[in-house]
Design a binder for this molecule. Structure first.
Ligand code: 13P
Length: 267
């Protein structure tokens, strides 16, 4: 299948913010107070043409959720533990995220893999926990610079994706969002070229379609890694780039709004 073949016009782009370990709850409230008016006059178009989600640190979820109420902006979490509850000091359960009305949760972010030792099996266990939940996974996958230079990019992202698909069934795949985040492009100012992004996204799409049949065409594949207002349009113009996962540029409500509104300018 050629890149983009079978591209699904029904894939509404998702623009998601990952605030990582930034901002306090009061700063988050202030951020929402400045962000929501920037979208307001485009709210109807936004509903049909783009979905927006914010993933703050866990202690901010409650207050940010209240501040976003009625805005159509989704609340997302940055992490969850695979076990339903128990003696896991410092961890957060799915029930806690459900109670806070989270719509999405990031799993497999490269910072969790690299800095906190999370492996494919642990990430697959988190995915299994999400199978019967309305909280949808944003599964992050991506290669390091060494892996790219060793020409292992497609093998690495395929392995990371397969680990989760092998462990889960149709219920999980129905709500799945994949985020391709090359580790060498995160927080470095180095963005993958649109061509690099499309090549990897097309390979991810092939794997999704091989594994899930036609439903694979419906899975959104986001790009992440130094996305900013100046490069988002060319990334989104690629047929298999269905949105963005934005770190640094999402901390400023104006630049994040510009990124979200860029979806409205796309043909
Ligand atoms: P930056 O946009 O800061 O490169 O971060 C990307 C990222 O890791 C989002 O999850």
């Amino acid at each position: 299948m050629s890149p983009g073949e079978g591209a699904n016009a029904d894939r509404i782009p998702l623009i998601a913010a990952n605030w990582k370990m930034h901002l306090t709850a009061s700063e988050a409230e202030d951020w929402a107070g400045r962000f929501i008016p920037l979208l307001r006059d485009r709210a109807e178009a936004l509903d049909r043409r783009v979905e927006v989600a914010i993933a703050p640190a866990h202690p901010l979820l409650d207050r940010l959720g209240r501040a976003l109420r009625g805005s159509r902006v989704h609340l997302a979490a940055q992490n969850l533990h695979p076990e339903p509850e128990g003696a896991f000091t410092g961890e957060v359960s799915l029930a806690m995220l459900e109670d806070l009305a989270c719509d999405f949760v990031l799993i497999g972010h490269s910072e969790r893999r690299q800095l906190f030792g999370e492996d494919d099996a642990f990430i697959a266990a988190k995915a299994r926990r999400l199978e019967a939940s309305r909280v949808r996974a944003i599964l992050c996958i991506g290669e390091t610079l060494d892996e790219r230079e060793a020409d292992r990019t497609l093998a690495v992202v395929d392995r990371q994706l397969a680990a989760v698909l092998d462990a889960t069934g149709a219920g999980f795949a129905g709500g799945l969002v994949v985020a391709y985040e090359p580790v060498w492009a995160i927080g470095t100012g180095r963005t993958a070229t649109p061509e690099i992004a499309q090549t990897v996204h097309a390979s991810i799409r092939r794997t999704l379609v091989d594994r899930l049949g036609d439903r694979g065409h419906g899975v959104r594949i986001l790009y992440g890694g130094s996305v900013k207002p100046s490069n988002v349009e060319e990334l989104l113009s690629q047929p298999d780039v269905d949105g963005a996962l934005v770190g640094g540029a999402s901390l400023d409500p104006h630049s994040f709004a510009e990124i979200a509104l860029a979806c409205l300018e796309m043909p």
